[in-house]
Design a protein around this ligand. Structure first.
Ligand code: NI
Length: 498
C-alpha cells in the first residue's frame, strides 16, 4: 500500500470495491449482531431455567473457565499514544469498532482545519478497510526553519496485535502563519537527483538484506529521482526526514525507514528561507510580511490602500480604526506631505502597515523625462527610508497613469493599481463609499481610497469592522501577494490578486 495523498487513495478504491465492502460490512454486521443477540437470549434463558431448578441443590459448576495459555484477543483499547515530553499539544482521539485515530490540537486555525479533514479521511479509510485492527498515530515536529511538521502513521494489525503493515502520511506548515507548504514550495527541482543518491546509499547500508531484496524493481523505481517518491517528509529541529514504508519499497513488512538530511547540507536546494518563507525568486521584489501575523491563507483577504497622504489628523484616525479591528492597510504617500509628517510615517509602519510611493508632487509619470521620473520616486523613498528604515518597492502611479516607458525606466518597482475605485475624493459621502466597497469587494481585491478626506475617515470606521465581520482579513499589499503565493515582479503592474 502506497500512500500518495488523499486523491490517489480515493482513486485507488473504485466505486464497485467500496460498494462491495459496504455490502460485506452490512451483511457481516447483520449476521454477527443478529447471532449474538440470539445466543445471548438463549444463554439467559438457560441460566434462568437452570438456576430456578438447581439453585437450591448445588452451585453452578459448568461455567466455562478461560484456558490459561490462550492467546488473549487483541483489543483496540491497548493502543495508546506515546506522549513526547516536548509535545505540549492536546492529544485527542476518535474510535471505531476496529480502529483508533489519535490527533493533536495545534491551536493554529489553518492547521487544525487541515487536521480535521485528515481525520475525516483516516476515519473513512479505517471504516472501509478490511484489516482486523487499525491505528492512526501522529508526531509533531518544530523546525529551526519555522516549520511545523505532522507525521501520521497508519498501522494495521492482525487479531493477535501483530503489526502487518505501516503507511506514512505527512504535512508541513509555516509555523507562524499555518500556511501549508508543498514539495514545490520547499525544494528546488535539482534536490530530487541528490535525494535519490543519498536515499539509496542510506537504505542499502541500513536495511536487513536477509529480509529485503534491494534488487527488486519496486525498490529501484521508488528511490529514483521522481519527486513523488519523496513526498512524505518532515522537518525536526535541524533535519529533513524523508519516510519510506517497507511495503511500498519491498511489497512486505511493517517497517518505516527514515533517511535524514541536515538542513545545512541541503541549504542550496531550499526555496524557503530560515523563517519558512519563500526566498524571492531571483529578480523578484522581496515582500515585507509581519511576523506576528495570524493570517489564514485559505480565508478571503483584501488590501485597503490610501493615496495622497499622510495627513496628521485623518491618517491617525484611520490608523486607530485599523488597530481597533486588528487590521492593516497600505499608504501610498506623496513626498510633499510626507516630509512634514515623518512621525505619522513611523506610526503607520510600527503598526504593521505598509508604505508605498505616490511620487514627490503627484506628477503624471507618463509626462516626465526619465530623470524626473526617477527623482519623483526616489526622493519619496529617501523620506520613507529615513523615517522607517524601509525603502518602498511599490509605486502607485498618480492618476493610475503607467505605460511601457514608465515601467522600463522605473524597472525596480511594481506598480500597484486597484480593482475597486471608491471615488471617495469625488463623492465625499461616507455612506456611499461604504456601500461601494461592501457591494464590490472580493477575495484578493485592492481598494483605492484617499486618507486626506474627512468622509473617507468616517467610511473607514464603517467598512473596516463590516469587512472583518464578513470574514475578510485586511492585509497589506505585500501580504496579499505573499499569502496568495503571487510573485511581485519588478516593472509589472497589478490590479488585484485573484
Ligand atoms: Ni493620488
Amino acid at each position: 500500500m502506497i500512500c500518495l495523498g488523499e486523491v490517489n487513495l480515493f482513486k485507488k478504491k473504485g466505486a464497485k470495491v467500496a460498494f462491495f465492502i459496504i455490502t460485506a460490512v452490512v451483511v457481516f454486521v447483520v449476521l454477527v449482531v443478529g447471532t449474538s443477540i440470539y445466543n445471548e437470549n438463549n444463554v439467559k434463558e438457560t441460566i434462568a431455567a437452570e438456576s430456578s431448578t438447581q439453585a437450591m441443590t448445588q452451585p453452578l459448576t459448568n461455567v466455562k473457565q478461560p484456558e490459561a495459555n490462550a492467546q488473549p484477543e487483541f483489543n483496540i483499547e491497548k493502543i495508546t499514544h506515546e506522549v513526547n515530553k516536548e509535545d505540549n499539544f492536546a492529544v485527542k482521539n476518535i474510535k471505531g469498532d476496529n480502529y483508533i485515530v489519535f490527533y493533536p490540537e495545534i491551536l493554529i486555525d489553518a492547521v487544525d482545519k487541515r487536521i480535521k479533514t485528515d481525520i475525516d479521511y483516516f476515519k473513512s479509510r479505517c471504516e472501509e478497510s478490511n484489516s482486523k485492527y487499525l491505528s492512526v498515530d501522529y508526531s509533531v515536529y518544530k523546525s529551526e526553519k519555522n516549520l511545523l511538521s505532522l507525521v501520521y502513521t497508519i498501522t494495521s494489525y492482525n487479531d493477535t496485535g501483530k503489526e502487518i503493515e505501516k503507511d506514512i502520511f505527512t504535512r508541513v506548515f509555516n509555523a507562524a502563519t499555518g500556511k501549508e507548504l508543498s514539495q514545490n514550495d520547499i525544494f528546488d527541482v535539482d534536490f530530487f537527483d541528490y535525494a535519490s543518491q543519498i536515499v539509496r546509499e542510506n537504505l542499502i547500508a541500513s536495511i536487513d538484506k536477509s529480509i529485503y531484496n534491494i534488487s527488486l524493481d519496486s525498490f529501484i523505481s521508488k528511490t529514483n529521482n521522481d519527486a513523488l517518491n519523496y513526498d512524505r517528509f518532515a522537518f525536526d529541529k535541524a533535519r529533513l526526514i524523508i519516510y519510506f514504508d517497507s511495503y511500498s519499497l519491498f511489497d512486505k513488512g511493517a517497517e518505516v525507514f527514515e533517511v535524514d538530511f541536515l538542513n545545512e547540507e541541503i541549504n542550496d536546494y531550499f526555496l524557503i528561507d530560515d523563517n519558512g518563507k519563500r526566498k524571492p525568486t531571483e529578480g523578484n521584489i522581496p515582500l515585507y510580511v509581519n511576523d506576528d501575523s495570524r493570517i489564514d491563507p485559505n480565508k478571503p483577504m483584501v488590501a485597503i490602500t490610501f493615496d495622497d497622504g499622510p495627513s496628521s489628523k485623518n491618517t491617525r484616525e484611520i490608523l486607530n480604526t485599523l488597530n481597533q479591528n486588528n487590521s492593516r492597510a497600505t499608504f501610498f504617500v506623496c513626498g510633499y506631505t510626507a516630509v512634514d509628517n515623518t512621525d505619522v510615517l513611523q506610526e503607520i509602519n510600527s503598526a504593521g502597515n505598509q508604505i508605498g510611493n505616490h511620487t514627490m508632487n503627484h506628477a503624471d509619470l507618463t509626462q516626465q523625462s526619465a530623470d524626473d521620473m526617477k527623482n519623483a520616486v526616489e526622493s519619496v523613498n529617501d523620506i520613507v527610508e529615513g523615517a522607517t528604515g524601509k525603502r518602498p518597492r511599490i509605486v502607485r502611479p498618480p492618476y493610475g497613469a503607467v505605460n511601457h516607458d514608465v515601467k522600463a525606466i522605473l524597472s525596480d518597482y511594481a506598480f500597484i493599481l486597484w480593482d475597486i475605485d471608491t471615488q471617495d475624493w469625488l463623492i465625499k459621502d461616507s455612506q456611499k463609499i461604504y456601500r461601494h466597497i461592501i457591494d464590490n469587494v472580493a477575495d484578493g481585491s485592492i481598494v483605492l481610497l484617499h486618507d486626506i478626506h474627512e468622509e473617507t475617515v468616517q467610511a473607514v470606521e464603517m467598512f473596516v469592522p463590516k469587512l472583518v465581520e464578513m470574514g475578510y482579513q485586511l492585509v497589506t499589499v505585500d501580504e496579499l501577494f505573499y499569502y496568495k503565493d503571487a510573485q511581485m515582479m519588478p516593472g509589472e503592474s497589478y490590479l488585484n490578486i485573484v
